[in-house]
Design a binder for this molecule. Sequence first.
Ligand code: 4AD
Ligand code: MG
Length: 459
Amino acid sequence: MRTRIKEIIERGAETDNCSFSGWVRSVRASKGVCFIVLNDGSTVDGIQVVVEPGLANFSEICRVGTGTALTVEGKLVPSPASGQQFELTACSVVIIGNSDATYPLQKKRHSFEYLRTIGHLRPRTNTFGAVFRLRSRLAQAVHRFFAENNFLYVHTPIITASDCEGAGELFRVSTLDVADPPTLDGYPDFSQDFFGQKTGLTVSGQLEGELFALAFGDIYTFGPTFRAENSNTARHASEFWMIEPEMAFSTLADDAELAEKFVKYLCRFALDECADDMKFFDTHIENGLIERVATVASADFVRMDYSEAIERLQRSDAAFAYPVEWGLDLQTEHERYITEQIIGGPAFIINYPKDIKAFYMRQNDDGRTVAAMDLLVPKVGEIIGGSQREERLDRLELRMAELGIAREPLWWYLDSRRWGSCPHAGFGLGFERLVMYLSGMDNIRDVIPFPRTPRHCEF
Ligand code: 4AD
Ligand code: MG
């Protein structure tokens, strides 16, 4: 049975018989001795393996290439070298899978752009090892948080007939022959499609989540989300993961309270449970990261009205590409200015103009805003979008009519307002944006294992 390098380092004791399997990161050979750094993915630090000429295959071992898969056995002893507590004196080294000079990861440092072109190999680098360990642990922390708070985990569908956000960004799901679809009045006839209607990949699990909240009280979804949004930015992906809690008998204030508690919990979790990887990010990706995250973990998040945010932006002397006026959908430049310059920390912007928000948000009494909230954080901008939902059937129907949203396909959603409707609220946290925020990585393509963005769907 192999031991994970992380487990042995954590145990921190000399061990007579140890067996590790992993991939060679570097080899330094001389006549008298050969040093191999082996990494098995369990931790950012590899283990140094010391191979002495006494081993029958010593000369073969001295020639192994970076990337070779090896199993080593030996004795774990305190290391005289600096930067590591233990090293392994090998009594056996077995080559499991060879690698040679054509292996692309020979250099110590490659640009993230280059590494995206070898997405099949980049998980074997230090940075991506740290990113994907953090991502995995955070996903577990999300479930832990909601379990501790008695939320029900619901698997909302991935194939859906409704465009929750109403932005027309659904990827079509169809088995019709694109070259020769059946037609009706000159248009493709989706009644003959697989589901007998037009369907797509979900842009949000919220609408179905609401139905469960109105039965179980507090629920959350955590799943993949798809948006055919043609924006080529460092913060948008066509496939991303979203966490969407929904709470019955709750208002916008409760919603913001939950979001604040959740984000702080995840910050604390990363610092406490992913300390080695966070240290790596602090040293190699963003100096001061740990302090930044620690500050957020104990900060009070500000709540500011959209109207006030607009006034503050107008009063600033910053030059924005998009002119600021009431009614504007805040762009990343504005969001970052608000959280970085005006507030200097995380901030909920609340009560947005109804015309820039989705149909389901609760209409405020002023007639022009809705009970929406976005959580803005330094570096990333919007990380959470949420709202209190319009629970009054007549108001909801009116708003849908104003926006030209057909009632018929959403009959079940309207039904939820017919029987036992109640104030409820929820939000969506973009999981990749969270990982970016906690790792200091600048591009969403570098925090998702195999990114899908416009014109890119490789690996
Ligand atoms: O603000 P959004 O569009 O809100 C919703 O989808 C609501 N249905 C959520 C809810 O109330 N249950 O998206 C929520 C979050 C954003 O704040 C952002 O973090 C992330 O999802 N997000 C994206 N992340 C990566 N790539 C994209 N294209 C994203 N679009 C949204
Ligand atoms: Mg949003």
